[in-house]
Design a protein around this ligand. Sequence first.
Ligand code: TRP
Ligand code: SF4
Length: 351
Amino acid sequence: MPEKINRKPRVLSGMRPTGKLHLGHLVGALDNWVRLQHQYDCFFFVADWHALTSDYADTAAIKSNIIEMLFDWLAAGLDPEIATIFIQSHVPAHAELHLLLSMITPLGWLERVPTYKEQRDNIKEKDLGTYGFLGYPVLQSADIMMYKGDYVPVGEDQVPHVEITREIARRFNMFYSGNRKPVFPEPQPLLTPMPKLPGTDGRKMSKSYGNAILLSDPEPVVRQKLKTMVTDPARVRRSDPGNPHVCPVYSLHKIFSDQSTIERVEVGCTTAGIGCIECKGWAADALVQILNPLQERRRKYEENPRLVWDILEAGSGRARKVAEATMHDAREAMNLSRDYEPPRNEATAGK
Ligand code: TRP
Ligand code: SF4
């Protein structure tokens, strides 16, 4: 397999297609992916089957969610000439590997994944008592193992999923690799340091809270959202000194503003030298400056969404080739290869 000679270490990560992305996705994942693509052989994919594990009842929006998300990936600077960008469901081998891995995954491992019980109990509007939802980590393991990924850039919340992938890979190798080289490497999480990013209401930025600043928000919308953002609740009047360390606007400054602005905010806020309106204006300036180049890159795809689909098709084709090679190894290890072998007679076996 010539592609494996001296290959760069491989990185794989995915995102469920939730539609338009926000600043949290940028600082928590995309910025990192963009950096990684220059250093590693990167595979980034749309986990549309994973979206179905919870949103199975109504799939009407799935395609537009995929395209919207891709606008944001490309806007953030993911380069389809460098990284392989694809759709999980367009590489059907993920389903085959998922099935094979499901055979060797003990139920207890799945029931113990922290997000499993928590989400099953907390998300009331959907019935998550399904076979598919329990198998979420098995599908994710198949995603990762398919590309023999060395590193998986993820946030803290996804580390248990990478851990279970390691366990499943180890179990597969134990059963089926014999004395040969293990079929699957054990992947490592590449923990993305996630700055605490508050939304406009001060809670963690999240689409479902309706407090997010989207990567596609035009400047007036960004400024408007900042205007209504909560501040230090104790700073009621302009003349009251504030405490930036309890203020979500200050958290945005710390992530997005330059050092001198951060200092001006600290001094100005604690001495009542600046008002919140001014301070929020500076935060909006920083965001607009970051979002401008993204929105510039985004335009060409928005004008011609077909380009996005072509990128995904080309990437999925590349991914299918790698996946087919892995499945060849996996099937062979499990004695499921498509090569003919004469039946073995018990009596003469081993002779
Ligand atoms: N579970 C991940 C999330 O919700 C998405 C995902 C699916 C993923 N398959 C993956 C991430 C493989 C990394 C590797 O964010
Ligand atoms: Fe927050 Fe800025 Fe107002 Fe201080 S001045 S409370 S940091 S918005």
